[in-house]
Ligand binder design. Structure first.
Ligand code: AMP
Length: 219
């Protein structure tokens, strides 16, 4: 099964992807995580992408596509994947389609999450992530705080704040989302592959609720 997570930064794509990944037993691949790991490991890719990520701009399509297609060719994804953060531009969406076609595969569902802009900024500024790459549990200091300050409830590792999770960079990330990524929602809608959820405190629906409502349908 091939699932795609769509939605602005902070909507809960990572939360939904990680719950679905565990419940459906399909690996989740986050393009942002691949880039952050490359930066942390000081690889050539990390050097190429860091300035884009630091200022909240998109990494160029050519490089992003090369990195994601290489990952998609790895054997652990032979039976399916949940893509979180890719595609993010029309060119990436088109290229993913032709890549999958060539491999006799197709997208099953694009899961689109929508949240009011003010809520997104508030959520991202308060987001803390487990630094253990095997765990990566996401906390929110206001909505879902850890039991002990700065420590992951699940594995006891240190919680970290992403460098780009601040208001200034987040505004740039949202601008690139609305300009470059939001239009691809229609691309999947026209193919009849889209399902959209509002994720908002306003209606009491968070990422885990969306994941729960999807699990039964997808099993
Ligand atoms: P994320 O973890 O999905 O919020 O991504 C963090 C950052 O990585 C983004 O702000 C972009 O700079 C970069 N990035 C992640 N995925 C993509 C993509 N598909 N295309 C271009 N840039 C990306």
């Amino acid at each position: 099964m091939i699932l795609i997570m769509l939605g602005a930064p902070g909507t809960g794509k990572g939360t939904v992807a990680s719950i679905l990944s565990k419940e459906l037993n399909i690996p989740a691949v986050s393009s942002g995580d691949i880039f952050r790991k490359a930066i942390q490991d000081k690889t050539e890719l990390g050097q190429e992408v860091s300035s884009y990520i630091e200022r909240g701009a998109l990494v160029p399509d050519e490089l992003t596509i090369k990195v994601i297609e290489a990952r998609l060719n790895e054997p652990d994804l032979a039976n399916g994947v949940i893509l979180d953060g890719f595609p993010r531009t029309a060119a990436q969406a088109e290229e993913l389609d032709s890549f999958l076609n060539k491999n006799n595969k197709k997208i099953d569902l694009a899961i689109n999450l929508e949240t009011p802009r003010e809520e997104l900024i508030e959520r991202v500024v308060n987001r803390r992530i487990c630094s253990n790459s095997e765990c990566k549990t996401i906390f929110n200091l206001k909505l879902t705080p850890p039991k002990q300050d700065g420590v992951c409830d699940k594995c006891g590792s240190k919680l970290i704040q992403r460098k780009d999770d601040n208001e200034e960079v987040m505004n740039n990330r949202l601008d690139s989302y609305f300009k470059e990524t939001a239009p691809i929602v229609d691309f999947y809608k026209e193919k009849g592959k889209l399902t959209t959820f509002e994720v908002s405190e306003r209606i009491g629906v968070m990422g885990k609720d969306v994941a729960e409502s999807l699990i039964e349908k997808l099993k």
